[in-house]
Design a protein around this ligand. Structure first.
Ligand code: SF4
Ligand code: SF4
Length: 204
């Protein structure tokens, strides 16, 4: 069931993850290149719907759902994430329309780890960091080898979202479809008893 509880629980997972990534990057020194948005420009990003429940709630709360659906329709044609803002990136403002409401995959991209068969935490990073910060990437890799329990693992954070709502967390979809599903689920929940645009106080 979708509810204010779900929104706050997902946001709590994200707060923990953001703090965890900060701890790791403070140790390794690894950080994104200025104005880079290469990961957002990809057209094959996958995510689960639950990752975007906070975004869907924000759109309803702020009366932006109709405008956003137009963006979503356009993104279905291009394959880009509907939040991607190439024009903002050119102006030095980053490339995400709602950076604070981005998904789990967005937060982990470049900085997440996966466990290999031997239980070693393997860094999953991007070409940009590998090319421009090879020493820092090497340091981040070493951290995963030496202290696998200390680094942000994709699996751990995916499982935290799964425990909140398995149905919305289980399926990996193209990111635009995941966002659309999050919006539709929220709309359905509200339409059971009231207009979704009048239901924002349910989310608090
Ligand atoms: S994670 Fe990599 S590709 Fe994405 S913004 Fe950072 S440096 Fe660029
Ligand atoms: S939600 Fe934002 S950070 Fe994530 S892929 Fe889309 S534009 Fe990039």
């Amino acid at each position: 069931m979708l509810s204010s509880r779900m929104v706050s629980e997902v946001e709590k997972v994200y707060a923990g993850l953001d703090e965890h990534i900060l701890q790791t990057t403070s140790t390794t020194g690894m950080k994104c290149s200025n104005l880079c948005n290469a990961c957002c420009r990809k057209t094959d990003i996958e995510a689960s719907a639950i990752e975007f429940i906070p975004l869907a709630a924000w759109l309803y709360e702020n009366g932006e759902i109709d405008d956003f659906m137009i963006r979503l329709d356009k993104s279905d044609e291009t394959g880009h994430c509907p939040l991607f803002l190439p024009e903002a990136w050119k102006e030095g403002k980053g490339g995400c329309l709602h950076y604070a409401k981005r998904g789990l995959v967005c937060r982990l991209f470049g900085f997440g780890y996966r466990l290999d068969r031997e239980g070693i935490a393997e860094l999953v990073t991007c070409k940009v960091l590998k090319e421009f910060s090879p020493e820092l990437v090497s340091k981040a890799r070493q951290l995963g080898y030496k202290t696998p329990d200390s680094v942000p693992l994709f699996r751990n954070y995916s499982m935290q979202l799964f425990s909140i709502d398995p149905d919305l967390a289980i399926q990996q979809l193209p990111i635009n479809k995941a966002i659309r599903l999050a919006i539709e689920k929220l709309y359905f929940q509200y339409s059971l008893d009231t207009d979704p645009l009048d239901a924002s106080n349910k989310l608090r």
